[in-house]
Design a binder for this molecule. Structure first.
Ligand SMILES: [Zn+2]
Length: 501
């Protein structure tokens, strides 16, 4: 088998004040050997595919991998340049000898100026170059899962878990289903259901954990190849935003439809329980200070992993106002503060203006006298099997609070985002991280108590109030029972290799 692999990966929050240009991709790296490295998101899925291909004696031709931290729309010329770079390599590979498979690690919620569905555009162009190749796509579950993507690909699989701990597991599944398709052993046919819901659903806790268990059970049934719940990414003003279910069966279209309908019904019936009822900052701090042990809190709305700036000050301001000590907060994205503190040097005391710089959702900056206690020129952290860059970073302390400040914007995934700067966590009472849910995977190992906090910021949990202009307002929770308006949504079906059926 000849297999082309490549990756284009960013999540676009169209409400974010931060544009995504070429520098954002260069910061993570524009590389052609992601599958043999450990420092970009594509390393995990593409590395797994390379390992499996080698075991099968298949040939891998690897194209560009480009990823950027989530932010606002990608600049049009930058998207086109990255896309065309992938397609030039793909065309050359196909010209050398026909490809059997094209396996791409994409996000699924990338928006560029002039392109609301970058992945659908890329997959369609890949299809035009290699009409007979099996095209398999691994997506983030925070994807829009558009009709164009499903129509042009043979198999699409999104991760099942949020935190995304199963990227390698899904790549393994994708590789095997696509290889069997290329060998003519199976014939994937798909059913796609739009649930008319918009939300955010971490999977480590009930009720979503139970729905994911059922999703896995569906895949054990006769003829079912794979099933995906695409949670969707709410903070994007695109026509196809929303929560969807996609089921592939081997030739058995009725089976795919039946399981997709049943899964969407289960999610829909659970919609009230799936609403995020997280406590606000004041309630969380009241509760945290009364609890024994280490409390870890997630600052949901200032999550750079969802395109938020990472410089909001609401949480830190409340900690300071309450005189809470033995606390850790981070990671602030404030390159200017990093520069000033690095220039002053370790041990220096100086007055800085921290955060609150990127927009109205960031709140007001905080003027603080701080001591510089740690500095790393190239800080990084663990992230689901790869190392994620945090850039030049400092550890500063003020009024008993340790603060991590970074120059490369990222949510916190791993305690080593703090310990890597020298911050000890063992004697702390409270850790506040800028992340919505991914931090839960590693911080639950050290926390006595952990929960997500409803904070002000760029990722509002008030889904009914997000100002969409490109889709209708007939979705839950803006409407209590959207299915009552038009009936249960009809699955859309996709049959690509009819000749084999
Ligand atoms: Zn995601």
């Amino acid at each position: 088998m000849r297999i082309f692999i490549s990756s284009l990966y960013t999540e676009t929050n169209t409400l974010s004040p931060i544009p995504t240009g070429l520098r954002a991709f260069e910061e993570y790296g524009l590389i052609r050997d992601a599958s043999m490295r450990q420092d970009v998101p594509a390393s995990v899925p593409l590395g797994e595919i390379r390992r499996l291909a080698q075991a099968c004696g298949d040939e891998i031709i690897e194209g560009l991998s480009a990823s950027a931290q989530p932010a606002g729309k990608t600049v049009r010329a930058v998207y086109e340049k990255l896309r065309d770079s992938i397609l030039v390599d793909l065309r050359a590979a196909q010209a050398a000898a026909p490809l059997n498979m094209i396996l791409l690690a994409l996000h699924g919620a990338m928006v560029a100026d002039g392109y609301d569905d970058c992945e659908g555009d890329l997959i369609a162009r890949a299809r035009a170059i290699a009409p007979d190749a099996v095209i398999g796509i691994e997506l983030d579950l925070h994807c829009h899962l558009t009709d164009a993507m499903v129509r042009e690909a043979d198999v699409i699989i999104a991760v099942k878990e949020y935190p995304h701990i199963d990227m390698a597991e899904r790549a393994n599944e994708l590789f095997h289903i696509c290889r069997r398709t290329a060998l003519g052993e199976v014939n994937p046919v798909a059913a796609l259901v739009d649930t008319h819901m918009i939300g955010a659903y971490p999977t480590f806790d009930a009720p979503m954990s139970g729905i994911v268990a059922n999703l896995r059970a569906v895949e054990t049934r006769a003829s079912i190849l794979t099933a995906t719940i695409a949670h969707g990414f709410a903070w994007a003003d695109v026509a196809e935003v929303g929560t969807k279910v996609l089921v592939y069966a081997d030739t058995d279209l009725r089976g795919a439809v039946r399981e997709a309908v049943a899964l969407s019904q289960q999610i829909y019936d659970t919609r009230e329980e799936l609403l995020p009822r997280y406590p606000d900052i004041a309630t969380s701090l009241d509760r945290a200070t009364a609890l024994p042990g280490l409390v870890v809190l997630g600052d949901f709305a200032d999550n750079p992993g969802g395109g938020a700036p990472g410089d909001s000050t609401y949480f830190l301001r409340e900690l300071l106002a309450r005189g809470i000590r033995d606390a850790v907060v981070g990671c602030f994205w404030d390159p200017m503060v990093v520069e000033l503190c690095a220039e002053a040097g370790i041990g220096a005391t100086l007055t800085i203006r921290l955060g609150g710089k990127c927009g109205v959702t960031s709140g007001e900056p905080i003027d603080l006298t701080v001591q510089v206690l740690g500095l790393r020129e190239q800080h990084d952290q663990g992230c689901f099997g790869f190392r994620q860059k945090l850039g030049r970073a400092v550890w500063i302390r003020s009024q008993g609070i340790d603060i991590a400040v970074c120059s490369a914007r990222s949510q916190v995934f791993d305690p080593d985002a703090f310990t890597g700067l020298g911050i000890a966590l063992a004697d702390k009472r409270l850790i506040v991280v800028k992340s919505s849910a991914h931090y839960q995977a590693r911080f639950s190992e050290i926390a006595d108590h952990l929960w997500h906090v409803r904070t002000p910021g760029a990722m509002s949990l008030d889904f009914a109030a997000i100002p969409y202009s490109k889709r209708d307002g007939q979705y839950f929770p803006r409407v209590q029972d959207p299915w009552a308006l038009h009936g249960q949504p009809e699955p859309r079906t996709f049959v690509r290799r009819r000749a084999l059926a």
